[in-house]
Ligand binder design. Structure first.
Ligand code: SF4
Length: 413
């Protein structure tokens, strides 16, 4: 896979050395067991896959290039480039301004933009409406376009389904930038509706089955269906695509469920299901699959707690948290700054959308056994920072350099 020019401040010498070694030993990515970093009183299970993905590194490289290539010009990002506050803050400190917030609320009015401004499209992509708007202002939106190719692949899939006269059901978070962009591109080709989870898929199925009067649909799915959506007609042939970062198990469950509903409603079988249900595989990206599989690998280990590092609004990170929570106490933190002391940690509860403070998060025993991973938009340097902070409570931080040397030697051998 292509490598990118990402600022060194985001790298971690230790994690780079570990990843290089694991990659050399497992080029086909079949081994999802974690790496055990044994510091004696602290034992850390580091996930096999985590951290910056292809799309994030691509976005960082293009954004920093846009700054370097355009001295003296005003540079804007449509919204957060990726869901990581540290990377976004670094860009802002270099003068980049955000036109919208992560929910699509306007921070800078379109009228304030000029044709010689630079606008960078974030990794999530953007809507056709916004692209057209930029064209109207005289700004070429695709000049610095960091839309991830794995997101564009979803758009292509939606278009392909639409061209065969299927309605597209998008499994995604309706307010998320990527799902808003996918919805916009899909509705350009075919009627489109967004479901955020299996509960909403069941609600939609009630209209497919004719168990619920069509009139309720427009209220129940307000803001989640394309203009002119005809619930009586547009749910007779459907296909499912996903936001790239959803939970793999739920994504599969939704596709299987809708497929079964179409079979039962129209008395179809395996040979005829294609008449009503587009035969698609999920459109999760490789990083989502790898990182979730790596967490499943982590969960086979016996540990006391898990720490997941990432931006609080990061969808892919929240799904890693969701998986870990099924097994053990899990702390979702944005950086080591959230670890206040050996007894106190601030962490994000994404279910209730609030930061909590937990006491005595580290067990009073030795060794402690800790699972550690991060989302696809989290710099490895932040994960190393968390590791260093935990080790400092046991006066073990000097062991990191030893560990780096050990892995670097093993890689060079
Ligand atoms: S998480 Fe997946 S879709 Fe999103 S930027 Fe990374 S590789 Fe692309």
């Amino acid at each position: 896979m292509k490598s990118f020019n990402v600022p060194l401040i985001y790298r971690s010498p230790l994690i780079t050395a570990i990843k290089s070694r694991r990659k050399a030993e497992d080029r086909m990515k079949k081994d999802f067991t974690p790496t055990l970093l044994n510091f004696g009183p602290v034992q850390v299970f580091l996930a096999r896959h985590f951290g910056f993905c292809y799309g994030v590194e691509n976005a960082i490289e293009i954004s920093f290039k846009a700054i370097d290539q355009n001295p003296g010009k005003r540079i804007f990002l449509l919204s957060e480039m990726i869901h990581n506050p540290h990377v976004n803050r670094d860009l802002q400190e270099r003068g980049v301004r955000f036109i919208m917030d992560t929910h699509g609320r306007q921070l800078i009015p379109w009228e304030a933009l000029h044709s010689d401004d630079i606008v960078v499209i974030p990794a999530f992509g953007t809507t056709l409406e916004i692209e057209n708007h930029l064209h109207t202002i005289g700004i070429e939106p695709l000049r610095y376009n960091t839309t991830c190719p794995f997101v564009e692949r979803v758009w292509n899939k939606a278009e392909a389904i639409g061209n065969k006269n299927y309605t597209v059901i998008v499994h995604g978070k309706p307010g998320h930038e990527e799902t808003r962009a996918t919805f916009s591109h899909s509705q350009h080709h075919t009627p489109t509706v967004v479901v955020k989870n299996i509960a909403e898929a069941r609600k939609l199925a009630a209209y497919i089955e004719g168990h619920r009067t069509p009139g309720h649909f427009y209220e129940e799915f307000a803001g989640q269906f394309s203009e002119g959506f005809d619930v009586g007609k547009d749910l007779q042939r459907v296909g499912v695509v996903n936001q790239t970062t959803m939970l793999a198990t739920e994504t599969q469950a939704i596709a299987d469920y809708i497929r079964q509903v179409m079979m039962d409603t129209y008395q179809l079988d395996e040979s005829t299901i294609g008449e009503r249900f587009a035969d698609t595989r999920d459109t999760l990206c490789y990083a989502t699959n790898d990182n979730q599989s790596a967490v499943l690998g982590l969960m086979k280990e016996d540990a006391d707690l898990a720490i997941v590092v990432g931006g609080y609004n990061s969808s892919n990170t929240s799904h890693l948290v969701e998986l870990c929570e099924q097994k053990l106490p899990t702390y979702f933190i944005s950086s080591e700054e959230k670890i206040i002391s050996p007894t106190e940690i601030l962490h994000w509860d994404f279910h209730r959308q609030q930061e909590l403070c937990t006491q005595n998060f580290l067990p009073a025993k030795e060794p402690i056994r800790l699972m550690l991973t991060s989302g696809a938009s989290c710099p490895d340097a932040l994960v190393e920072g968390v590791l260093r902070k935990i080790l400092s409570f046991y006066s073990l931080e000097n062991k990191i350099d030893e560990m780096i040397r050990q892995y670097q030697v093993e890689v060079s051998n």
